[in-house]
Design a protein around this ligand. Structure first.
Ligand SMILES: [Fe+2]
Length: 358
């Protein structure tokens, strides 16, 4: 910008580009403004961007809309992973990737707009999702980390041991792994167990403080714990959804203290009656959505992209970017059940919600 010393920095440049000159005080090269037809240009081209870049400076006024946009501006785009298309790759990983070679045998759900590792292999801007498989007899060894994890069991039976509590896993259950709790996974059945992982890993792009630690043994000592505060069996969720009246009911998963499941990520389940079209909604949060059962479609209109119609069926997983307009349609003849991981707690706790959204 041109300040009180601008006159000394403004050079006649014959109306071409802004150039640099030595200011004569300490020998440093300073950017100079451009003078066109006798007037100093007031727009962004008035200073030499290359010279500024050499000083590790950049004009905010040229990036104003990007740096402080008028609406949320998610990178993530609407996208769906059809289970029947993804499953063969997961099963192949189960065959060719030995358990001991993979601390966690997971296929990450990388949003097409977010870029594969090491860029940002995430599912929404604030939620990481992945599909994990544990074969019969295997153990995913004990470790702990700062990241918070939610698991939705898609198929099969197994167990997760969290800080000494061994929790059975069955289809439809949600299991929570709080931050820095030892956890290992196992499968004592005769079929693979498969679940959807959802973690707050994208947050560590900004606060690069994530750490993980392996336990000295493959399993952390545990005893069966049922019911368990970290387990949310499907039958309880379904009962809650059925106990509410109306064609579209919502159950919010909470802790014993009636709080969201974590300070960053939360979970809700929705029941949509056959043939029902939900009222259009818009939430500042982003969602990782899994269809527990049903057939339908979701119309997603992100704030910065084209409207997209996502057709889903049982076991599919899809993305709703932040601040999208959303309408669900149950096209089937049975109720549809969706389970949605979201970042509402993060936004609330950090005060990132626009007041109108609260
Ligand atoms: Fe983990």
């Amino acid at each position: 910008m041109i300040d009180n010393g601008a006159n000394a920095r403004v050079a006649e440049t014959n109306g071409v580009n802004g150039h640099s000159q030595t200011n004569g005080t300490n020998g440093h090269v300073v950017p100079v403004a451009q003078k066109v037809n006798g007037e100093v240009k007031a727009d962004g081209t008035a200073m030499d961007g290359e010279v500024l870049a050499q000083q590790h400076l950049e004009p905010l006024w040229l990036k104003m809309d990007a740096m402080v946009p008028p609406t949320p501006n998610p990178v993530a785009a609407p996208h769906i992973w059809k289970y029947q298309e993804t499953l063969p790759y997961l099963l192949e990983a189960g065959r060719v990737v030995p358990a001991e070679a993979a601390e966690r045998r997971v296929l990450m759900l990388v949003n097409p707009k977010m870029g594969k590792y090491p860029k940002s292999p995430y599912t929404t801007d604030s939620i990481y999702g992945g599909l994990q498989l544990v074969n019969p007899g295997e153990t995913a060894p004990a470790h702990r980390h700062i990241a918070f994890a939610i698991r939705f069991i898609i198929d099969g039976e197994g167990f997760t041991a969290v800080e000494g509590k061994k929790i059975p896993l069955k289809r439809g259950d949600v299991i929570v792994t709080p931050t820095w709790h030892w956890h290992d996974h196992g499968n004592e059945s005769d079929k693979p167990v498969i679940w959807l992982d959802a973690l707050n890993l994208p947050l560590f792009r900004f606060a690069r403080v994530h750490i993980a630690e392996g336990y000295e043994e493959s399993r952390y000592p545990s005893t069966l714990s049922t019911p368990c505060e970290w387990s949310h069996p499907w039958e309880h969720v379904e009962a809650s959804l059925l106990a509410q009246e109306g064609p579209h009911t919502i159950h919010h998963y909470t802790t014993k203290g009636d709080q969201p499941l974590s300070t960053t990520l939360g979970v809700q389940a929705e029941r949509i009656e056959a043939g029902h079209i939900t009222q259009e909604s818009r939430d500042v949060a982003s969602f990782l959505v899994h269809c527990y059962t049903g057939d339908g479609l979701t119309i997603v209109e992100p704030p910065n992209g084209p409207k997209k119609v996502i057709e889903w069926t049982t076991r599919d997983t899809f993305v709703i970017p932040a601040y999208s307009k959303v309408t669900h349609v149950n096209k089937g003849t049975e109720p549809a059940y969706l389970v949605l991981v979201h970042d509402k707690p993060l936004l609330k706790n950090l005060g990132l919600n626009k007041p109108d959204f609260v």
